[in-house]
Design a binder for this molecule. Structure first.
Ligand SMILES: CC(C)(COP(=O)(O)OP(=O)(O)OC[C@H]1O[C@@H](n2cnc3c(N)ncnc32)[C@H](O)[C@@H]1OP(=O)(O)O)[C@@H](O)C(=O)NCCC(=O)NCCS
Length: 180
């Protein structure tokens, strides 16, 4: 049986290991304490003592919250844990009060997953801040690894490269209406 916890600080190295297992790359967990300090809430899922799922909810301080880092360990995938994490995250955001919208962005293959979670697909945009800058004239030389766009045509041409992750989709759900 899976135990879901709201805003309960997990062992951060276990969170890093979960992230590595689900997303690849390296995560020693050290960045999470700073990230969670800024969160409205987060939900964890445990199987016994093992952290197997996580989702974070960021907040603008007003009516918008943002679902981030929905994660289920591959060994526990397709058992409904991801859907339940998102459902509980939306419920916790709703209970907080005053929030109207929960937003998410995701890769196209997860559109069915987020629709199951109650999200409506919506046009949205994404700008990669650590790789892309739009600057007015006069042009300045680009530092290595950075793209500086000085006009709309260049900006458009660079846009495809800025996320480095292919196409993203987005969705939102209203929080100020009856529970999911
Ligand atoms: C995406 C993720 C959170 C889903 O977690 P999960 O616990 O496996 O999801 P659920 O069991 O609740 O899935 C419910 C339904 O969503 C859809 N779904 C889930 N994972 C999917 C996937 N990887 N691709 C396509 N559809 C998927 C399926 O329709 C699934 O129903 P089914 O199992 O009966 O076919 C998990 O696979 C994961 O952590 N992936 C890696 C990290 C990631 O990309 N996170 C998303 C960030 S936006």
């Amino acid at each position: 049986m899976i135990d879901y916890r709201v805003r309960d600080l997990p062992d951060l190295s276990a969170l890093g290991q979960l992230r590595q297992a689900a997303w690849g790359g390296h995560d020693d967990g050290s960045a999470w304490s700073r990230i969670l300090e800024h969160s409205l809430t987060w939900i964890t899922a445990f199987d016994g003592t093992e952290l197997v799922g996580f989702v974070n909810v960021a907040w603008d301080g007003g009516v918008h919250a943002f679902l981030l880092d929905t994660t289920v360990h591959p060994g526990w995938a397709r058992r409904g844990i991801g859907t339940e994490l998102v459902r509980r995250a939306a419920a916790a955001a709703r209970e907080h009060g005053g929030l109207e919208w929960l937003h998410v962005d995701y890769e196209p293959h997860l559109s069915g997953f987020y629709e199951l979670c109650g999200f409506t697909p919506t046009p949205a945009g994404l700008l990669r801040l650590d790789r892309f800058f739009w600057l007015p004239f006069p042009p300045v030389p680009s530092p290595p690894g950075y793209h500086l766009a000085h006009d709309r045509r260049t900006e458009k041409a660079l846009r495809g490269r800025q996320t480095g992750q292919g196409r993203r989709c987005a969705g939102h759900v209203r929080l100020d209406c009856p529970a999911l």
